[in-house]
Design a protein around this ligand. Structure first.
Ligand code: GDP
Ligand code: MG
Length: 441
C-alpha cells in the first residue's frame, strides 16, 4: 500500500478515538499529538502540520456534531476533512485528443510515466503515440520505443539526433493521426538554464495542451520548491508524483506540491505499466485511513439510527410497546451495521457481527417480511394475540408452515428479552459510573 507507515499511524489514531471511553479535550490533545508525529514522519512540512492540527483541535472542541452523528464520528470526520484539505484540489486527466509534454529532472520517472499514460488513455479508448524528445540520454530512445512496443502505441524518434525541437516538430507531423501525443523530454540534475531553454523551445514547437511535471516522491517536501521553480520557469499545467509506493516521505511530497497550487493529476505507485492512479484527495485520504468513502459511511451510520433512537427503542420494549414492526426494523439495522463493521474496525459497537450472522439475519428477514404481510395491523401492534387459528391463517396467507410463524413469534420474544437486558446493563453501568464519581475524592 502507498504510504504504509503514515496509513498505519493514522489508523491507530482512529482506533484510539473508537476505543476511548469519552471524547474530551484530553483525548483530542493526545490525538492531535499523534497526528503531528505521523505527519512529520511522512516529511510533511512543520508549518502545514501545525496548521492542520490546530484546525483539528479547534474544530473538535468547538463544533457541535450534526444530528445523528456521534462525537466520536464527528472527530473522525474533522480529521478526515483537514487531511483532505492539505492535499489541495484535484485535476483529472482530460480524456480527449491532446498533446502532452512531460518535463522533469533526471530519474524522476518521466519516460516510465509516458508509457503508463499511453496505457491509461488506451484503456479509455484513445489511441496514443509516444515521441522521443530526450536527446541527452541515448538509452532514452530505446526505453521509450520499448514502452511503445509493449503498449502498441505509435512511436517516433530519431536515434542520434541532438535537436529536440526538430524531432518534436517532425514527430507531431508523422503522428498526427493519433488522438493523444505524448512527448518525452530530457532532464538534468537540476533545473539549469539550458534545460529551461530546451523545454521552452520544445514547447514553442509542440504547443502542448498540457505540460506535466514528473516528480519523484522520495525527495519529500523538496518537491514543493521544485514544482514552484518549474512552474515559474516553464508554466506547468499539472504534476505527476511518482514512486509513492516506495517512499516514506510521500506525504511531504504530495502536501508540498499541493501547497504550490500546482494540481496533482495522478500518481505513480510502482514500476509496472499499470501502476498509475488518478489522484483524488478525498479518495486518497479515505484509503489511507482504511475506510470507504467517509461521506457514505456517515450517511449509513445515520440510517442505522443514532444512539438516542436505539435508547428510545429500548424504552419502548420495556414499556411493552415493542411491536413486531420494531423488531423488524431492529433486525434490518443489524444487517446494515454488519457490513459497516467490516469497513471500519474502529466503530464503537460492543459485539462484532460476523458474515454468517448477517446472512442468516437477512434470510430470516425475508421470510419474516412475507409472514408479517399476512398479519393484520392489530396483530402487528400486539403480537400477544397471535395464537391458534390466527397462526394457521397467517401461515396459509404467507404460504409458509405454522412452525415458521411460531419461529417468528419466538424470535420476537427473544428480542424483547434481549432488549431488556441491554437496557438494564446500560442502567447498571450509569449507576456504577455515578458511584465511582462520588467515590473519588
Ligand atoms: P526519467 O529519467 O525521468 O525518464 O525516469 P525513468 O522513467 O527512466 O525512471 C527512473 C526509474 O524510476 C526507473 O527505474 C523506473 O522504473 C522507476 N520508476 C518510475 N516511476 C516509478 C514508480 O511510480 N514507482 C517505482 N517504484 N519506481 C518508478
Ligand atoms: Mg527518461
Amino acid at each position: 500500500m502507498v504510504l504504509e507507515n503514515l496509513g498505519n499511524s493514522l489508523r491507530d489514531v482512529l482506533k484510539k478515538i473508537g476505543m476511548a471511553r469519552e471524547i474530551n479535550a484530553e483525548l483530542i490533545k493526545e490525538v492531535v499529538r499523534d497526528i503531528q508525529r505521523a505527519l512529520l514522519q511522512a516529511d510533511v512540512n512543520v508549518k502545514l502540520v501545525l496548521n492542520l492540527t490546530r484546525a483539528v483541535e479547534t474544530r473538535a472542541l468547538q463544533e457541535k456534531p450534526p444530528e445523528g452523528v456521534s462525537p466520536r464520528e464527528h472527530v473522525i470526520k474533522i480529521i478526515y476533512e483537514e487531511l483532505v484539505k492539505i492535499l489541495g484540489s484535484a485535476k483529472n486527466i482530460q480524456l480527449k485528443p491532446q498533446t502532452i509534454m512531460m518535463v522533469g529532472l533526471y530519474g524522476q520517472g518521466k519516460t516510465t510515466t509516458c508509457g503508463k499514460l499511453a496505457k491509461y488513455f488506451q484503456k479509455h479508448g484513445l489511441n496514443v503515440a509516444l515521441i522521443a524528445g530526450d536527446v541527452h540520454r541515448p538509452a532514452a530512445y530505446d526505453q521509450l520505443q520499448q514502452l511503445a512496443k509493449n503498449t502498441n502505441a505509435g512511436f517516433y524518434g530519431v536515434r542520434g539526433e541532438t535537436k529536440a525541437p526538430k524531432i518534436v516538430r517532425e514527430g507531431l507531423m508523422q503522428m498526427k493521426d493519433y488522438q493523444v501525443k505524448i512527448i518525452d523530454t530530457s532532464g538534468r540534475h537540476a533545473l539549469e538554464s539550458d534545460l529551461i531553454e530546451e523545454i521552452k523551445r520544445v514547447a514553442a514547437v509542440a504547443n502542448p495542451d498540457e505540460i506535466f511535471l514528473v516528480i519523484d516522491a522520495t525527495i519529500g517536501q523538496q518537491a514543493g520548491p521544485q514544482a514552484k521553480a518549474f512552474h515559474e520557469a516553464v508554466g506547468i499545467t499539472g504534476v505527476i508524483v511518482t514512486k509513492l509506493d516506495g517512499s516514506a516521505k510521500g506525504g511531504g511530497a504530495l502536501s508540498a506540491v499541493a501547497e504550490t497550487q500546482a494540481p496533482i493529476v495522478c500518481i505513480g505507485v510502482g514500476e509496472h505499466i499499470d501502476d498509475l492512479e488518478d489522484f483524488e484527495p478525498t479518495r486518497f485520504i479515505s484509503r489511507l485511513l482504511g475506510m470507504g468513502d467517509l461521506q457514505t459511511l456517515l450517511e449509513k451510520i445515520k440510517e442505522t439510527g443514532s444512539e438516542e433512537e436505539m435508547e428510545e427503542q429500548a424504552k419502548k420494549m420495556i414499556a411493552g410497546k415493542f411491536t413486531l414492526k420494531d423488531m423488524y426494523e431492529q433486525m434490518e439495522s443489524l444487517t446494515k451495521i454488519g457490513p459497516l463493521q467490516k469497513v471500519v474496525s474502529f466503530l464503537p459497537f460492543a459485539g462484532k457481527i460476523d458474515d454468517k450472522q448477517i446472512e442468516e439475519t437477512q434470510a430470516r428477514l425475508k421470510k419474516f417480511r412475507v409472514i408479517m404481510d399476512s398479519m393484520t395491523d392489530e396483530e402487528l401492534e400486539n403480537p400477544n394475540i397471535i395464537k391458534g387459528t390466527r397462526i394457521s391463517r397467517i401461515a396459509r396467507g404467507a404460504g409458509v408452515e405454522t412452525k415458521d410463524v411460531r419461529e417468528l413469534l419466538r424470535y420476537y420474544e427473544m428480542s424483547k428479552k434481549a432488549a431488556k437486558g441491554i437496557m438494564s446493563d446500560r442502567k447498571m453501568r450509569k449507576q456504577l459510573e455515578k458511584q465511582m464519581k462520588n467515590f473519588t475524592p
